[in-house]
Design a protein around this ligand. Structure first.
Ligand code: FES
Length: 165
């Protein structure tokens, strides 16, 4: 592997990201009351909100950093940590728990070295748990990128996650 090329590539990616952030913030200069929309745009561009972006927003839009931070941490849809390209949500509500939900979380932990709230090193998967996804009769339920999978056994989980590898 050519380490010079890797460094140049990484540098280009960082510069490109920075330029995109700047452009997004610039587009909100005269509508700073739409902070949530700006954060949504950044989240959808990068799949998370880089920490230094909050500082840039605060400085450029003249909004106290504490206010930007509290909005960014209030909504569950925003993440300040890098997230995987695919989000796995395992339901651990009572009905799913008694049908093996925890076993699925443990399996994902073993297979991908992943705990709830974490993202794999290759940024493929982020694992989350939920308390109830509203379809208890179908448990245990796993949702991958919004797609519901019902009565998920460890074998079925393997098949489902293989599709995202
Ligand atoms: S407990 Fe899992 S969907 Fe309700």
């Amino acid at each position: 592997m050519d380490s010079e090329l890797d460094f140049a590539t990484i540098q280009a990616v960082i510069e490109n990201s920075s330029t995109k952030v700047e452009a997004l913030i610039e587009s909100y200069l005269d509508k700073k009351e739409q902070l949530i929309s700006l954060l949504q745009d950044i989240q959808s561009e990068f799949n998370y909100i880089p920490g230094d972006t909050l500082v840039k927003i605060s400085q450029k839009l003249d909004i106290p950093l504490s206010q930007v931070f509290s909005v960014a941490t209030f909504f569950q849809s925003f993440s300040l940590k890098p997230r995987g390209r695919h989000t796995i949500t395992v339901c651990l509500g009572t009905a799913c728990h008694v049908r093996g939900g925890q076993r699925l979380v443990d399996k994902i932990g073993r297979d991908y070295n992943l705990k709830p709230g974490e993202t794999t090193q290759d940024e493929r998967f982020t694992l989350e748990t939920a308390n109830c996804l509203g379809c208890c009769a179908l448990g245990p339920v796993v949702v991958v990128d919004g797609k519901y999978e019902s009565q998920v056994s460890p074998d079925k989980l393997d098949k489902v996650l293989k599709k995202y590898e």
